[in-house]
Design a protein around this ligand. Structure first.
Ligand SMILES: C[S@@+](CC[C@H](N)C(=O)[O-])C[C@H]1O[C@@H](n2cnc3c(N)ncnc32)[C@H](O)[C@@H]1O
Length: 207
C-alpha cells in the first residue's frame, strides 16, 4: 500500500517515475526548506515531483523553479525503454513533455508557485546567481549529464540547505550508477552530509 500523498491531489494521474514514499519525502524536505529561499529541480518531466515540491512550497509562500528542456532523457527517446509515444511531437520528431507538465501544474493550482525553466540544465546555470534553499536533481542519467548537474547547481545550495538526488542505486544490477556517483561526490566534497534515504531518494544537507 503506497503512502498517501500529503495533500489532496490525484498525483497518480500525473505521468512520472517517483515512488509515493519518495514524493512524500520530497514534500517534507521542501516544506522545511521553502521559508529560506527558492527550490530548484532539475528534471520535471510531466510534473509529478514538481507537484510534490510545489504543494509544499505553496503552503510556505515559497517558490519552485522547475528546470527541464522537455526533450526527454536518453531512455525516453524513440526506441528506448522508457519511451512514451504520447509525449512525442510527430511534427518535429522530438519528445515534448511541456504540455503535460503545464497541465499538471495548472490542475494542481500551482501556476503562482512553480516557475518553469524550459532550458538545458548546463545552459540555464551559466549566469545563475541565486542561492537555493533546496536542490532536487532528477535530470539526465548519463554520467556526463549527472556530473554537469552536480557541477552546475550544487554550489548554489545555501548552508543548511537541502540537496535531494533521485535514482540512487548502490548495486549496479538494480540501476544506472550516475546518480550514485554524484551522491558520492557530494559526500566526498565535504560540502554535504547524509541525512536520510527513502527508497532511491537521497536527502543531504549543506554543511
Ligand atoms: C527522470 S525524468 C524526471 C522525472 C520527474 N522528476 C518525475 O517526478 O517524474 C528526467 C527529465 O530530465 C530532463 N533532462 C534530461 N537532460 C536534461 C538537460 N540536459 N537539461 C534539462 N533537462 C534535462 C528530461 O527531459 C526528463 O524530463
Amino acid at each position: 500500500m503506497p503512502a498517501p500523498a500529503p495533500f489532496d491531489y490525484p498525483i497518480d494521474q500525473v505521468k512520472g517515475f517517483l515512488d509515493p514514499a519518495e514524493g512524500e519525502a520530497l514534500y517534507n524536505a521542501a516544506y522545511d526548506a521553502a521559508p529560506f529561499g527558492p527550490i530548484l529541480e532539475v528534471g520535471s518531466y510531466c510534473g509529478k515531483s514538481t507537484v510534490y515540491l510545489g504543494k509544499a512550497a505553496a503552503q510556505q509562500n515559497g517558490q519552485v523553479y522547475a528546470l527541464d528542456h522537455h526533450r526527454g532523457s536518453e531512455e525516453h527517446q524513440r526506441g528506448e525503454g522508457y519511451h512514451d509515444p504520447e509525449l512525442f511531437d510527430n511534427e518535429i520528431e522530438r519528445m515534448d513533455s511541456l504540455p503535460y507538465f503545464r497541465r499538471a501544474i495548472f490542475r494542481a493550482g500551482l501556476e503562482g508557485t512553480v516557475v518553469p525553466l524550459v532550458a538545458d540544465s548546463g545552459t540555464m546555470a551559466r549566469f545563475w546567481q541565486t542561492p537555493l534553499a533546496m536542490l532536487f536533481i532528477d535530470g539526465g542519467h548519463s554520467l556526463e549529464q549527472a556530473l554537469t548537474d552536480w557541477r552546475s547547481w550544487a554550489h548554489h545550495v545555501r548552508v543548511g540547505g537541502t540537496l535531494c538526488i533521485h535514482d540512487i542505486f548502490e548495486n549496479p544490477d538494480e540501476g544506472g550508477q550516475a546518480p550514485y556517483t554524484i551522491y558520492k561526490h557530494a559526500i566526498a566534497s565535504g560540502l554535504f552530509e547524509d541525512v536520510a534515504r527513502v527508497k532511491t531518494l537521497g536527502v543531504l544537507r549543506r554543511v
